[in-house]
Ligand binder design. Sequence first.
Ligand code: SF4
Length: 392
Amino acid sequence: MDIEFLSAIVCKVSGFGGSNPLDPPLKDVDAFNHFFHDDILDTDRLDKKDGCCTRRELILRFLLLNAVLDQGPDIEGVREMMVNIIDDLYSKEIRIFHKPLDFFKEIDISVDDIIHHHDRIKGVRSKDWADRNQSTPNKYNLYMDNCKQTLNYAIFRWGVPIAVPYLLSKDCGGEEKEATCLGDYLSRFPSSEVMSENLKSHHRYGMGKAIGDKACHLFAKWVVSRFRLIEKDDDSGWGEYSYEVPFDSNAGRVLWRVGYFLELADESEYIKKDVIQREKGKEGTHYIRVTNIRKMIVGKETPRHIVDLYNDICIGHLKKAKMRSQKIQIQRFQHPILMQQNNKVSEFDDGLIAIGRNYCLNHGNPDCKNCPINDICRGYNSDPSLITNYRT
Ligand code: SF4
């Protein structure tokens, strides 16, 4: 294992992410405008009531919906659509974060708004998107999983995250508790990593297939690192290393092409786990399915100090282990390096997103010349097959 090479990647990606954060569009939502002063969230008033809920609670409800929706081929388009729909619904007194039931009571209006804004944004953005991604405008679709049915998208992807605080408010027994019910529920978990797992899998409140692992971790990143909505004094379970990187296809593509993943395991091991699916990608290329990397173990000998720090993080920050282990999960490998460098998980993730979306596009001719990590990228400098033969 070339730990210096891996550290250089982590350092460069985090440095780029630190200066190019991709914040959720909270301040663009009309209903939240007054939570900001000069574009900065007024954190002193997070516990002030705004109608029936505190500002903190409303932001959490918004971020949960945003995390579920924040994926697909054109995130800017998704975000514009989401903000426009929320603004439209609020202008009609359908206050989906204050009164989640409104979304379902007025489902005809909710569905109309989704169709209207999706089609409008498709008209404006699809041609440029197709040019950039070597695709065709008619493939532009902001509903997830290439779904084309609006009711399915509305109920499954909007309705489920909106229903979580609704169910919690029914269960919490009292108006006063309703004002903070989602925040109270989330902060019960010992770490943001355990919280993010429960977003998906909790027996009563879990969202199941409506939310992906990546979205759960994205939510944790926003709650812990971006807005600091849940903080516990002296509790590293809610600190900067308390959640996994929200690996998505952009992250997978960049980390494969740059040579990071192949320093951690051989290609044959990735094939065994279906992370690399031979000839299943576009134009006969190999498909990278980074979500299958979860729980995969590093196959190369790892320096002792990295193993030690890794164990400290799993036990004390992620709170996902009680005993030390020699096995390191690839998904968490960067955590000890980040901690040593005093870089953050959120910066590493922001860097991967920014590079994946702006330079390392999902075709055979990414913008390597201008890419901020091209000096250490093995795909660019020594093995072009890492670029030409793989897609996400
Ligand atoms: S140099 Fe090229 S292949 Fe390497 S990460 Fe940047 S855009 Fe991707």
